[in-house]
Design a protein around this ligand. Sequence first.
Ligand SMILES: [Zn+2]
Ligand SMILES: [Zn+2]
Length: 391
Amino acid sequence: MKRFFSISVFLLIICLVNAQTNNGKQQTILIRLFNSYNVTSVNFLPVSGDYSIYADSVRLFEADKISFITVSLSGDSVLVQTPAYQKKSRSVRFVPQSSLSSFKLKSIQPDYKVRTYDDELQISAQSKTLRIINKADIEKYVAGVVQWEVGLNNPQEFNKVKTIVCRTYALGNWRRHEDEGFQLCDEVHCQVFKGKTFSQNIQNAAFETAEYILVDDSARIITAAFFSNCGGQTMNSEDVWSKSVSSLRSVNDTFCLHKTNAVWEKKIPKDLWLDYIQTKYGFPVRDSVLVKRVLSYNQPRRQVYLMNDNYFIPLKFVREDMKLKSTFFTIKEEGDNVVFCGKGFGHGVGLCQEGAMRMAEKGYSYTKIINYYYANIHLIRFSQLDFFKID
Ligand SMILES: [Zn+2]
Ligand SMILES: [Zn+2]
């Protein structure tokens, strides 16, 4: 570990010295767009830079910024159309002529809002729909994801934290859609990506943290888990997902306590609650002594179980079934109802986003924030990953 760390520091210095030259080398990622939508027709229009259009690897023409090109599904082929031209082919590629090229993409069948993307577009036919892939520079992709995942107007150190987390996630899940011929989809299943960001701040955050990802002591990319608000204490990974992970350890957190999702309340009929624990866990709801334990429950520190003696009731199942914002709640009786008074929002493992935002507002650096929520981690450039690995 000591050896790894000193190697890391040494190489980071080299990386920083060579940052300018490394920036010239583009790392790309393939993202499937409109992943679960059955899009059968789109319009393509260059916004900046020139594009060359290829059908089945044959160069057709250069796209200008005046007329859009329509690509539609036609059996198991695609039909490329302009006002003056049309051609059927297996696939079509819109290849950028510069690193600053970007384009607008409008799904016209079905009708969706126009989106803007960077770099290359590839379209082919697959299972009665268009298979639309954006081959983009990974840093531009990461910047887009940050905007779609957390929005604009966040403190800049928080933007840097999110770019590192999103980049770590992308690299850590590189093979998620390998069998389908791309790396990530554009939905919550991977990371939401509905186009490029125009925010200079987010673009700067991606640029300033370019290539940096989080790895553990063995140089393995970590599961960069995050959620909205921990309510004062994050969770150990094994208490939520059964696997103990060295980077995902419970921490106390006072930074998120006054944020939007710090507290919540949900009231449900008492009968419904008792019926649920009787049906699902065989709990004896007519036992007046035992029943007090599920009508009045306190949780000053995070627990994993509502009960774990004669009756085994994991809080994560209660959260799921009762559709609660978190497992960090107390229960009290109120007339014919029970009231769940809760803290936080989300699974509670890893980075608490509202806490991280508050830390950034208070002037903490992105490295301090990352080290607060993730344990035993190192920040390295992904281009050095294989070099760092000690197997
Ligand atoms: Zn996916
Ligand atoms: Zn928190």
